[in-house]
Design a protein around this ligand. Structure first.
Ligand SMILES: NC(=O)c1ccc[n+]([C@@H]2O[C@H](COP(=O)([O-])OP(=O)(O)OC[C@H]3O[C@@H](n4cnc5c(N)ncnc54)[C@H](OP(=O)(O)O)[C@@H]3O)[C@@H](O)[C@H]2O)c1
Length: 344
């Protein structure tokens, strides 16, 4: 006898570049989810800051919403549910099993930490690409998820869909990460490597903003905060130390950096914004700094929007993960891979 498909309801907070790319991916992989997991999904709620909120317990017409987004990007128009007075109210009313949290980076953790806490407390699984709340409230949110018997997953917070947290959890059992280093911010790496070719700081930044890779507030990329927040998530999740973004020694890049880039190039070396963490006397130290690298250093070969993470471990010695020129579709894939891991 054929089994009835399993029904699951999703809610989104944030429907920007990532939210819309994830909705498109869910539609594309609908048949795959049905075949592999006997899963049928509906999106029962989407909430944004300025583009309205929509609830429909029968399932929102997501293809129609995506199709009409350029013409009238307001979700209120599709609302068939109760009016919500706040995001907290939305979480309570949306009827979802899983909340995908995709709002903007705020280094205090911002309202997103409250949304995640609320959702976990109400027994929803939460998947996020937002490094702010994960970096600032890691212990509190992971403990709450455990207590409530739900999953809190955040693969997309570092290097988009490249498997880091899932790979370590599943494939590196009993492995101690001694140190790590990487290039974690696409915007600054793009600017640095474009400046090597003579492009101006402004036009390189403009490109990163136009393709939706720069943060809504690009100073978070340029001043090294995005790298520091990602490094903080890596340290807390993989090295077990409580190091928040503000505890990380941090440098960024500016127009002035162009001179240093060209000087390094003349010495046949490369300037990169390197995020690194190492153990020292029972503590973990995190740093984001501009480093002039030898040409044969694997980090020196990382160009454009690409990222790299090198883990120095006891069992596997050095292990490197490279993500080549990611787009927002790879961030959407992070949410998809987290969804699949919570179905398993
Ligand atoms: N873009 C990438 O490739 C990428 C890669 C990795 C991680 N991320 C992370 O993913 C998240 C989303 O990125 P994105 O590129 O999609 O950003 P985005 O295009 O700026 O979209 C952000 C969405 O969040 C909503 N929002 C903002 N503040 C909110 C609040 N206080 N409450 C509820 N909704 C709120 C916005 O609503 P309005 O539009 O109405 O203002 C918008 O729908 C960010 O945390 C980012 O750091 C992005």
């Amino acid at each position: 006898m054929e089994q009835e498909p399993r029904q699951i309801n999703f809610a989104f907070i944030g429907f920007g570049h990532v939210g819309r790319a994830f909705a498109r991916l869910l539609i594309d992989r609908k048949k795959w989810l049905l075949k592999e997991f006997s899963l049928e999904w509906k999106i029962t709620g989407i909430s944004t800051k300025n583009h309205g909120t929509s609830i429909n317990h029968e399932g929102l017409p997501i293809k129609k919403i995506l199709g009409s987004w350029k013409r009238h990007s307001n979700l209120d128009h599709f609302n068939e549910g109760p009016a919500c007075s706040s995001q907290t109210d939305f979480i309570r009313q949306c009827g979802a099993d899983v909340l995908f949290e995709m709002s903007v980076l705020d280094l205090s953790g911002g309202p997103a930490a409250t949304y995640i806490r609320e959702a976990l407390g109400a027994g929803l699984h939460v998947v996020t690409t937002n490094k702010g709340p994960v970096a600032t409230h890691f212990l509190q949110l992971t403990k709450l998820a455990r207590l409530r018997g739900v999953k809190f997953l955040y693969e997309g917070t570092v290097m988009d869909g490249a498997p880091i947290f899932n790979m370590v959890r599943l494939n590196l059992p009993a492995t101690r990460i001694k140190s790590l280093r990487g290039i974690l911010n696409s915007t600054t790496n793009y600017i640095l490597t474009q400046m090597e070719q003579g492009t101006s700081f402004e036009s390189a930044l403009e490109y990163a903003r136009n393709v939706g890779l720069a943060e809504a507030d690009p100073s978070l990329d340029l001043e090294g905060w995005d790298s520091a927040a990602k490094l903080s998530v890596l340290i807390q999740a993989l090295m077990g130390a409580r190091v928040k973004p503000k505890d990380i020694e941090r440098h960024g890049i500016s127009e002035e950096t162009g001179r240093v880039v060209r000087a390094a190039l003349r010495r046949d070396r490369r300037l990169r914004l390197v995020a690194r963490a190492y153990r020292q006397g029972g503590r973990v130290i995190g740093k984001v700094e501009l480093q002039e690298l030898e040409i044969f250093d694997p980090l020196a070969s990382i160009r454009g929007l690409s990222n790299i993470l090198v883990l120095n471990t006891d069992n596997m010695r050095e292990l490197a993960i490279i993500e080549n020129n990611p787009t927002v579709d790879q961030t959407a894939f992070a949410l998809f891979s987290d969804l699949v891991s919570l179905l398993q």
